[in-house]
Design a protein around this ligand. Structure first.
Ligand SMILES: [Cu+2]
Length: 288
């Protein structure tokens, strides 16, 4: 390459890398499904060296046009762009197509897979037993008398738009909850669905990185099957690869539970905001 070309490339790079925390990874995989209107697609992809093991995950694109001409079953090469508070795919190129592997034996309705029915608003949250970040036994009924906002995560989740976003949202709610005297009884609960990794000490360290006030924010783990059953009641579905338990495919659910231990509201996915939850909580504490 001639020096001038190199110089030009450097200038181009400097111009397009608006964020210094941006990381880019090459991704190879197969499209399982896509939704151009919502600008996202689900990709089953191989290991991303130095970032995440092989898994099947939903990804956003910035421009829905990126998905033009693509279909489920298409094999793609793409670039995964990870920034501190998000991630998206770009430079998606079709390299071929292949029949989609049959879906793992996990129906989309998690209540069907677990044999447990999805909780409806107004219904009592089951009284499962957990361990908290200090290794203390906790039953869910122990939170009775306090409204609870609860979410489900695992600490090794590599995508900033998934579990880490739930963590950031919960962290952001701490101060407003503290500042509002009517909300002083509200408790935050984060349940890990990766108990093999997320032991109490790991959760405790995780809480510290989030600057969690443990008097108002509890991290729970427990027996994996127990956690799965409990989480399924809220619509959380967790898939773990047989050959690599770190390969976790999951969705997101965040819920408000009232002081009587009854489900009030469920937020699906990662599109809720702390402001929205705080506003909904207000009516819960007023009603209580
Ligand atoms: Cu996650």
């Amino acid at each position: 390459m001639r020096p001038l070309t190199i110089l030009l490339l450097c200038l181009v790079c400097a111009g397009c890398t608006a964020r210094s925390d941006e990381r880019r990874f090459a991704l190879q995989g197969q499209i399982e499904s896509l939704d151009p209107a919502a600008k996202n697609l689900v990709v089953k992809h191989g290991d991303i060296k130095g970032f995440m093991p092989a898994m099947t995950m939903p990804y956003d694109v910035r421009d829905g046009k990126q998905l033009d001409g693509l279909a489920p079953g298409d094999l793609i090469n793409a670039t995964l762009v990870v920034i501190s508070n998000g991630a998206y795919l770009t430079d998606i190129k079709k390299t071929g197509s292949a029949p989609l592997a049959p879906k793992p034996p996990e129906p989309p309705n998690p209540s069907a897979s677990s044999g447990f029915e999805l909780l409806k608003p107004g219904e009592q949250v089951p009284d499962n037993a957990f361990l908290d970040q200090d290794g203390k036994k906790r039953t869910f009924s122990g939170f009775k008398g306090t409204p609870v906002v609860m979410t489900f995560i695992y600490t090794k989740c590599p995508l900033p738009t998934f579990c880490p976003l739930m963590d950031r949202h919960f962290a952001a709610m701490q101060q407003p909850l503290k500042d509002d005297p009517t909300m002083k009884r509200v408790h935050l609960v984060t349940v890990s669905f990766d108990p093999a990794t997320d032991t109490p000490p790991v959760l405790k360290a995780h809480a510290k990185t989030l600057k969690a006030d443990l008097s108002r924010w509890t991290f729970l783990t427990g027996d994996r099957d127990e956690v799965d059953k409990f989480a399924a009641r809220f619509g959380v579905s967790v898939g773990r690869a047989l050959n690599d338990p770190r390969d976790i495919t999951h969705n997101l659910r965040t819920v408000i539970i009232d002081a009587d231990g009854k489900l009030v509201k469920t937020y699906t996915g990662n599109e809720w905001s702390p402001e929205q939850v705080l506003a909904d909580l207000k009516s819960v504490v007023q009603a209580g």
